[in-house]
Design a protein around this ligand. Structure first.
Ligand code: NAP
Length: 274
């Protein structure tokens, strides 16, 4: 059994820990955690008493085979100032950070690194992890991580220049999809359906839609055709969406692209100042 360390137990860190434990991928006594605000680590310890809490970064690293870094990009520098930037080859660092990109991380850190881009949906065991192996990660280390990736849903190896576009679907996607489905429910509510009922209907329909697409291997267009009979109400609604949706989604992708670029630039400056 591997010892699995987590630096940062916020939304992403606790999601990963919870999923790994619920799927029996790791025993609680093999999990080492460290969070800036200890109370947050203690909440996990209360739920899983055998988890080991650390306050010393280097001790956590020494005690772990895999080390998931789950802090916000701006906090990476403070983590590395405590762990150091040189990691022995038997450690696999798993960066969940949106930034810096792996190619930048490899300039700062000496060691074996893999970058993953997960999603909050993976607490359910469904969802997508994007993945890029760093230089020098051997098959043996890849196999260390595989069992953990498998319980998070599907994973795809991608070059980093495609992360932004893929991440808009897989990682920002849950928020975008929730916004869109929530908007359907909200409008139903505006038209007199009680809020809770509208939400339940929307969620059940979203679930059924995903299952139908998956189970019958339908293309999106095929599903649309199946519902939107010519001359019917859905077809009229689809006409409206066709006018506005592709452009709106292109704006969304452009907005995340620019934000990502700005974050990467800011971090580059931060690390160059070191
Ligand atoms: N959330 C998502 O859907 C998602 C998806 C893909 C990737 N990511 C990436 O995952 C990373 C974490 O995101 P998140 O949503 O989990 O953020 P979060 O909820 O803010 O959690 C970050 C955690 O890191 C802790 N932390 C900050 N600096 C630290 C330090 N120096 N030492 C130890 N712990 C420290 C924070 O502690 P405090 O309690 O003191 O604040 C907090 O608990 C980000 O880089 C993000 O880009 C997130």
């Amino acid at each position: 059994m591997h010892k699995v360390g987590f630096i940062g137990t916020g939304s992403m860190g606790s999601m990963l820990i919870t999923r790994f434990l619920q799927s029996d991928s790791v025993r609680a006594e093999d999990i080492n955690i460290l969070n800036r605000t200890q109370e947050k680590a203690l909440i996990l310890k209360k739920r899983y008493p055998k988890i080991q809490i650390y306050t010393d970064y280097q001790k956590l690293v020494a005690a772990s085979d895999l080390i998931f870094i789950c802090v916000k990009p701006n906090d990476l520098q403070s983590v590395l100032s405590k762990t150091g930037t040189v990691f022995s080859p038997d450690k696999l660092l798993v960066s969940t950070l949106l930034a810096p990109a792996l190619s930048e991380l490899e300039k700062i850190i000496e060691g074996r690194i893999v970058r993953i881009y997960p999603s909050v949906t993976q607490i359910t065991g469904r969802g997508v992890t994007l993945l890029t192996w760093g230089k020098g990660v051997e098959q043996e280390e890849k196999e260390k991580l595989m069992p953990y990736l498998k319980v998070l849903g599907k994973y795809y190896e991608l070059p980093e220049n495609l992360y932004r576009a893929a991440g808009d679907v897989t990682s920002c996607g849950p928020a975008f999809m929730a916004y869109m489905i929530g908007s359907l429910a909200k409008e139903a509510e505006n038209q007199g359906i009680p809020s809770q009922l509208a939400n339940e209907m929307a969620i059940e329909t979203m679930h059924g839609t995903a299952l139908l697409l998956e189970e019958q291997q339908l293309a999106f267009q095929d599903l649309i055709k199946r519902v939107a009979t010519p001359g019917g109400c859905t077809a009229e609604g689809i006409k409206v969406l066709t006018e506005v949706m592709p452009m709106t989604i292109a704006h969304v992708f452009a907005a995340t692209y620019h934000k990502d670029e700005a974050i990467q630039k800011e971090l580059k400056k931060m690390f160059l100042q070191e």
